[in-house]
Write a protein that binds this ligand. Structure first.
Ligand SMILES: Cc1ncc(COP(=O)(O)O)c(C=O)c1O
Length: 371
C-alpha cells in the first residue's frame, strides 16, 4: 500500500492534463502567461478573495507575505515578534526567522492541534507584529476568535493555509482569512501540482501591488527595481496542470472526506481520531490518530510488517528545532505539541483510496491494539 497514491489522481484526468501541457509547450510561454492569470482569477473567485497571486511555493508565499507587510529583506527586524504554533511544518517559523524576525511559539489545542487561542493573548506584547495561524491537517482555526485578539492588539494575521485549500469554516473558504492567506500546491497537498507552487490571497489593493512586485525582484515594470524581492513566481506549466486538476477538485475533496469519515467511523473508541469543530469542514491533508494505550512506534512497526506505511506530522515541535535554540525554549515548554509529536501517527489517505484499502488499515490497527 502507498501512503498516498498521486498517480491515481493524475490517471483519471491524464488526457486533459497532457493536452494542456502540450499546448503550453507549443506556445512556449513558460513564465507568466494566460494559464497563470486564469488560475489566479479562478482560485480568487473560489475562495472569495479580491486577489490571488501564484507564487513559487507555500514557503515563498509566507516570506513574500511578511515582506509585503513591511518586513522586507535587508532591514533589521530583530525587535519584531511573530507568533507561530508549536506544531506545524518548519516553514511557518522559518519564513519570519529568515527575515530576521523573532519567532514566538504558542502551544496547541490538545484536540484540534491548532494554535491554542486561550494561550495566544498572553504572548502578545508591544513588539508583536504578526500571528501566523496554521490550519493544521486541513482544518481551519476559529478565525472569529483569532481576529478579535489580533484586532484588539493591532497585529497582522497571515493565514497559513498550506494544508487547507478547499476547507470551509463558518461558510467561508480557507484562504479567505487574514490580511494575506497562503496555500501550497506541493504535490501531496489537497490541490497539488507536479512540482513546487503556491498562492497568496488578499483583498487589499496595496498589499497585492507589493506582493506582485516582490515575487518578481521588486520590479515595478520595465526592470525598475523598487524593492528587494525574489524569483517567486508560479510557472505557467504548473498553473495549467492546476487548472485541469481544479476542474474536479470539489469532487476529489468529497472523496477524500469519505475516506476520512470511513476511518473515523471504524476507529472511534479505539484510537483518538481527528476532532473537527462543528463549524468546520476539513480537507484532511493528513489523517492523524493517537493511541492512548499503545506505544506509537510499536503500532507503526506492526503496520509496516503488513505493508502499511505511516508518517509523522511532526516528529519534532517547532520550539525544539536545533536552529531555533537561541530562542531559549526547552522540553516541557509546549506540552500539548510535544505529546502529539511523541504519540501521533498519520494513516495512509488519498482521494481515490477504496474502503477495501481502508479496511486493511483498520483491521491491522484493531489487531495490534487488541494485543
Ligand atoms: C503548514 C505549512 N506551511 C508551509 C508549508 C510550505 O509549503 P511548500 O512546501 O509549498 O513550500 C507547508 C508544506 O508542507 C506546510 O504544511
Amino acid at each position: 500500500m502507498k501512503f498516498m497514491d498521486l498517480y491515481k489522481g493524475y490517471d483519471k484526468r491524464k488526457v486533459a492534463i497532457q493536452s494542456r501541457i502540450e499546448s503550453i509547450i507549443e506556445r512556449s510561454q513558460f513564465i507568466f502567461g494566460p494559464d497563470l492569470e486564469e488560475l489566479e482569477e479562478t482560485l480568487a473567485k473560489y475562495v472569495g478573495r479580491k486577489y490571488a497571486l501564484g507564487v513559487s511555493s507555500g514557503h515563498d508565499g509566507l516570506s513574500l507575505a511578511l515582506m509585503a507587510l513591511g518586513f522586507e529583506a535587508g532591514i533589521d527586524h530583530s525587535d519584531k515578534e511573530v507568533i507561530v504554533p508549536a506544531l506545524t511544518f518548519f516553514s511557518t517559523a522559518e519564513a519570519p526567522a529568515s527575515l530576521g524576525m523573532k519567532v514566538v511559539v504558542c502551544d496547541i489545542d490538545p484536540d484540534t492541534y491548532n494554535m491554542d487561542l486561550n494561550k495566544l493573548e498572553s504572548l502578545i506584547n508591544k513588539n508583536t507584529v504578526a500571528i501566523i495561524p496554521v490550519n493544521l491537517f486541513g482544518q481551519c482555526i476559529d478565525y472569529d476568535a483569532l481576529d478579535t485578539i489580533a484586532k484588539k492588539h493591532n497585529v497582522f494575521v497571515i493565514e497559513d493555509a498550506c494544508q487547507s485549500f478547499g476547507a470551509t469554516s463558518k461558510n467561508k473558504k480557507s484562504c479567505a482569512f487574514g490580511d494575506i492567506a497562503i496555500t501550497s500546491f506541493f504535490p501531496a497537498k489537497p490541490l497539488g501540482c507536479f512540482g513546487d507552487g503556491g498562492m497568496c490571497f488578499t483583498d487589499d489593493d496595496e498589499l497585492y501591488a507589493r506582493l506582485k512586485k516582490l515575487r518578481h525582484h521588486g520590479d515595478s515594470g520595465g526592470m525598475v527595481h523598487v524593492m528587494l524581492g525574489t524569483t517567486g513566481r508560479l510557472d505557467n506549466l504548473q498553473a495549467g496542470i492546476l487548472l485541469e486538476k481544479f476542474k474536479g477538485f470539489d469532487e476529489d475533496m468529497d472523496l477524500r472526506r469519505s475516506v476520512a469519515e470511513f476511518y473515523t467511523k471504524n476507529l472511534n473508541g479505539i484510537l483518538k481520531t481527528p476532532k473537527i469543530e462543528s463549524f468546520n469542514d476539513s480537507v484532511y491533508a493528513q489523517y492523524v490518530v493517537i493511541s492512548e494505550s499503545k506505544d506509537r512506534n510499536a503500532i507503526r512497526e506492526y503496520l509496516q510488517t503488513k505493508d502499511i506505511p505511516t508518517a509523522l506530522y511532526y516528529p519534532n515541535p517547532i520550539h525544539l528545532a536545533p536552529i531555533l535554540k537561541p530562542l531559549g525554549y526547552k522540553v516541557g515548554d509546549m506540552p500539548n505539541a510535544e505529546y502529539v509529536c511523541k504519540n501521533s501517527l498519520a494513516l495512509p489517505i488519498y482521494n481515490e483510496m477504496s474502503n477495501d484499502e481502508g479496511l486493511v488499515v483498520i483491521n491491522a490497527l484493531k489487531e495490534i491494539l487488541s494485543n
